[in-house]
Design a protein around this ligand. Structure first.
Ligand code: ZN
Length: 208
């Protein structure tokens, strides 16, 4: 009995080794069976690419860690940002994931430091305040004598919930809490902006 070779029809390869490779690859985020098959066949064809991939994944797995102070992805711990004396420790930018640090660092305008929450509050998904490092955040704010907290979280329900939680945490202190203005993207056409973005842009309007 012959089996279909079309990965879209759920058929399996006649090679158990290739089948295993494709299944492993399709467990990666964003990869369906079709993409996993294409990548698997490429890796078999390009042995040097496969070897480099294995080596770099193993090395990264060993060396990459999260900064014990801010949570950013780093190899030295504490990270270079936390160790940099020219970065202002009293200005603390709160982000959800380590990847969120990158656009700030790429743009290069922010000279404060970061705190990575590692997620956002989401009662529906079972992420509660005790699941996120708010106590560590409070200690950090105290230890570094933080004077300004900048909330740089997603403009989503979870982002709003988390921002409100931090706001309540800081209530009564004289810490200046700010958040990123959300508005119309540069080059964006007004007619195609969603209503939430438009409302935020309107609320955040400034005089010329
Ligand atoms: Zn750090």
């Amino acid at each position: 009995m012959s089996r279909s070779f079309d990965p879209n029809e759920g058929g399996e390869f006649q090679s158990p080794a290739l089948e295993r490779l494709v299944r492993s690859l399709s467990r990666l985020p964003g990869l369906g069976r079709k993409s996993a098959t294409r990548i698997g066949l490429h890796l078999i064809d390009q042995k040097s690419v496969a070897e480099e991939l294995l080596l770099s994944a193993a090395e990264a797995g060993q060396k990459v860690t999260n900064c014990s102070n801010c949570g950013a992805i780093t190899e030295p711990d504490p990270c270079r940002i936390c160790c940099n004396d020219r970065r202002n420790p009293t200005q603390l930018c709160i982000v959800a994931t380590p990847v969120d640090v990158l656009p700030f660092e790429k743009a290069g305008f922010f000279s404060g430091r970061y705190f990575v929450l590692g997620g956002l509050l989401s009662p529906l998904d079972g992420v509660r305040s005790e699941d996120l490092p708010f106590q560590k955040l409070a200690r950090r704010i105290e230890d570094d004598r933080v004077t300004e907290v900048i909330i740089a979280l997603d403009a989503s329900v979870e982002g709003e919930t988390t921002a409100l939680y931090v706001q309540r945490m800081l209530e009564g202190s004289d810490i200046n809490m700010t958040r990123l203005a959300t508005g119309i993207p540069v080059g964006g056409a007004l007619a195609y902006i969603d209503e939430v973005t438009l409302q935020r842009a309107f609320q955040g309007r400034r005089s010329f």
